[in-house]
Design a protein around this ligand. Structure first.
Ligand code: URA
Length: 229
């Protein structure tokens, strides 16, 4: 929301008062004096007027979770345990997932209360690398890598997938790097060759890796990690 609108909407405020307070340097956002009312402020900003706190600013929260199989990537579910059930945090209803993994997929999942951040990292235009370890029912053919690099046409969405990188590890295992996250994308890409994915595990997203975080465990992201994303 724009700073001038937020100030104008205060119980005893109005737009003229807001303009005057801004022009006189009486408004501080996150400690800095701000005179431009067009500044976009969020629920995470601390806003002061004449030294009085008018919005304390919520803490922005960012978690990296190692999702086990059988836990659903949703905030609520009638049958299954959800990834939020694995978090021991206050105000869990304010959290949401930055991308999803299928019920039986394991690995790296990001959870946050920052909607702008999650939108940015999940947009295909951001081209954040997502690295998956894949095991398949049938042998992985030599032609797969070229087809994945060229992109596959998905009729349902009427789009061609972005070039993806395939590194074959064994006859039935590979590491696949995607730069977007279409619905069931990995399974559909291998499905193009009638090859069923029998194990799927997300190892990385951009510069973030699971490391030795055990299944079902989670940790907060550090500022350095957030900056490097
Ligand atoms: N692609 C899939 O098919 N499933 C996932 O869980 C993630 C990517």
């Amino acid at each position: 929301m724009r700073l001038d609108r937020l100030l104008g909407n205060l119980p005893h405020g109005n737009r003229r008062e807001a303009r005057l307070a801004l022009a006189a340097g009486r408004v501080r956002v996150d400690g800095a004096s701000i005179s431009d009312g067009r500044l976009e402020v969020r629920e995470f900003s601390r806003i002061e007027l004449d030294g009085e706190v008018i919005q304390a600013g919520k803490a922005a929260r960012y978690f990296l979770l190692h999702k086990p199989a059988g836990v659903v990537s949703a905030t609520e579910h009638p049958q299954h345990r959800t990834v939020l059930d694995l978090l021991d945090e206050p105000d869990k209803h304010e959290l949401h997932l930055a991308g999803r993994l299928d019920l039986n997929t394991t690995g790296l999942l990001l959870i946050t209360n920052d909607g702008l951040w999650s939108r940015r990292i999940t947009l295909p235009q951001t081209k954040l690398a997502k690295v998956y370890y894949v095991e398949t029912e049938q042998p992985i053919g030599a032609e797969y890598a070229e087809v994945f690099a060229a992109g596959l046409y998905f009729a349902y969405e009427n789009l061609t997938t972005l070039p993806a990188g395939l590194e074959t590890l064994g006859s039935h295992s590979a590491r696949l790097t995607l730069y977007e996250g279409r619905y069931h994308q990995v399974k559909r890409m291998f499905g193009h060759f009638q090859n069923k994915v029998v194990r799927l595990h997300r190892e990385r997203m951009g510069s973030l890796a699971l490391g030795d975080l055990p299944e079902g465990a989670y940790r907060a992201l550090s500022q350095t990690e957030l900056d490097s994303l």
